[in-house]
Design a protein. Structure first.
Length: 507
């Protein structure tokens, strides 16, 4: 019973911090802008910590270590891709998207193309990507409470839903910004301290890491079918999918201007680079001290169980409580951001227009319940796929849809509503079918299984092609104000302040 006290204390501490931040947001959130984008007044340092806290999800905190334990060297492309994705976002979309003045991805779609149909399609994709990303957060919470305190499988996800709803409903984006920034440092500390202690223990024992059996330390030696294709497709999905994650992009709308947005993205790259060294180390130690987890298909518990396996007694229990606190911070921070982005779309785009501020806020709060309720029910289905792999599918869906829309919408004046709609539909249907097939049927063996499990390498180019060809075939539908819109997106900060606002689609 004593071993469960410290993990329970960690969960309680993180929950209290999150709720306290939510109450702070309740006192300060007075306008619709407070709820959706924190009045666009978040400084780069605070926002970078909040983005990192939101981005470092269950896949980062638990999943990477489990994949490294099971498959070895190949899985290092996950943390590399997660970080490199921000380089692509920084170079191509961060500042122009902020200058657009939009609240959400659907807002940008309508602003750029003037099409309600494209906006509705983008809204539907935001919800689907958000739900797909939320499921592993809730599954990870269930795994954590079950492994550490013996709670039933349904309890962890339900606790996350309850805490997130209170925090988000209290003050929306303003509430969760401070909480997510604090949660990044909680997560970093929760892995850094145990990593330092366990490294000292390993060195004191003089243990050697196991031999590279089964290709564990060799590139493309994971044993997966067509590993070169799978690796390349994974890199494409993560690097290009980052720019299409709605909960990530909505955070950049909270910066005052495009210059601060670029600074935020640059700081995020540094913060992520520091963090991702730690779960990789846990995976290496897990391969040495917890090899049985791979055969039990419970490798996602590596970070949680390793401290007590390597360090017995009270010190191991305390470290176990610390990593549990970090894991719960990961679930809460990511789930909070996803809930805000999905609830914003549900309340603005997929329901009747609300005329008054109080009505809009009430609708936002009601939409937050649906934003977490559906993924929670899905998380109880017992799907046997790793946390990181599920998140990877969400990245793939984002890469196959929003990446082409954003890149072409920002950098090519010839994009039309017909081309964009055809591309979003093609990418969404193909990637969605691949995701569902992978989750429900777990296809294995040969090229069909590889193409479905990692679909980005073939669907992303196809979506770009459909958007371009569809737009070329409908040149007469290029918006008449495209020049003014693109000028607003790309003009230097000093000039853009003097241009008329394009924030006509945000409500």
């Amino acid at each position: 019973m004593g071993a469960q006290v410290w993990p329970a204390a960690g969960v309680v501490l993180v929950t209290v911090v999150t709720l306290a931040a939510g109450s702070l947001g309740l006192r300060r959130a007075r306008t619709t802008g407070d709820f959706y984008v924190a009045s666009r007044a978040v400084t780069p340092r605070w926002n970078a910590a909040a983005v990192s806290g939101e981005y470092l999800s269950a896949a980062s905190f638990l999943g990477i270590a489990g994949l490294v334990l099971t498959y070895g060297f190949d899985m290092l492309w996950y943390p590399v891709g997660y970080t490199a994705g921000y380089l692509v976002l920084l170079a191509l979309v961060a500042a122009p998207l902020r200058r657009s003045g939009a609240y959400t991805l659907p807002d940008f779609a309508q602003l750029r193309l003037g099409s309600v149909a494209v906006r509705r399609t983008a809204s539907l994709l935001v919800v689907l990507i958000g739900w797909l990303y939320l499921v592993p957060q809730l599954q990870g919470a269930s795994l954590t409470l079950s492994a550490q305190v013996g709670a039933p499988r349904w309890a962890g996800g339900l606790l996350v839903c309850a805490v997130v709803l209170v925090a988000v409903a209290a003050g929306g984006m303003r509430s969760i910004t401070f909480a997510q920034a604090v949660q990044y440092w909680i997560k970093l500390t929760a892995l850094l301290v145990p990593a330092a202690v366990l490294t000292a223990v390993w060195r004191a024992r003089g243990d050697r890491l196991p031999a590279a059996s089964g290709g564990w330390l060799h590139p493309l030696g994971s044993g997966l079918d067509h590993p070169l294709y799978a690796t390349l497709s994974l890199i494409i999905a993560i690097c290009l999918g980052t720019m299409g994650l709605p909960h990530v992009l909505v955070r950049f709308y909270t910066n005052p201007d495009g210059r601060d947005t670029r600074r935020t993205a640059l700081i995020v790259i540094g913060l992520l680079s520091v963090f991702y060294q730690l779960p990789t180390l846990f995976g290496v130690f897990g391969h040495r001290y917890l090899p049985e987890l791979a055969s039990r298909r419970s490798a996602d518990a590596t970070v949680l169980l390793l401290p007590e396996r390597m360090l017995s007694g009270l010190p191991g229990q305390v470290l176990g409580g610390l990593v549990t606190a970090g894991a719960f911070a990961a679930f809460l921070s990511t789930a909070s951001g996803l809930t805000v982005s999905v609830a914003g779309v549900l309340s603005q785009d997929l329901s009747p227009t609300a005329r008054h501020r109080h009505e809009r806020i009430r609708r936002f709060r009601a939409s937050a319940v649906a934003a977490v309720g559906v993924p929670y029910l899905l998380s109880l289905s017992g799907l046997r796929i790793s946390v990181a792999a599920t998140v990877g599918l969400a990245f793939a869906l984002a890469a196959c849809t929003f990446c082409p829309l954003l890149v072409l919408g920002i950098w090519w004046r010839g994009l039309t509503d017909v081309g964009a709609l055809a591309g979003l539909t093609t990418g969404g249907l193909l990637a969605g079918a691949a995701v569902l097939t992978t989750l429900l049927l777990s296809p294995r063996g040969g090229w069909p299984g590889a193409l479905l499990a990692q679909p980005a390498a073939w669907i992303v180019p196809l979506t770009f092609g459909v958007m371009i060809l569809g737009s070329l075939a409908t040149r007469s539908r290029v918006p008449g104000d495209v020049g003014r819109v693109l000028l607003r997106l790309h003009a230097p900060e000093a000039m853009s302040r003097d241009l008329p606002s394009l924030d006509r689609s945000a409500r």
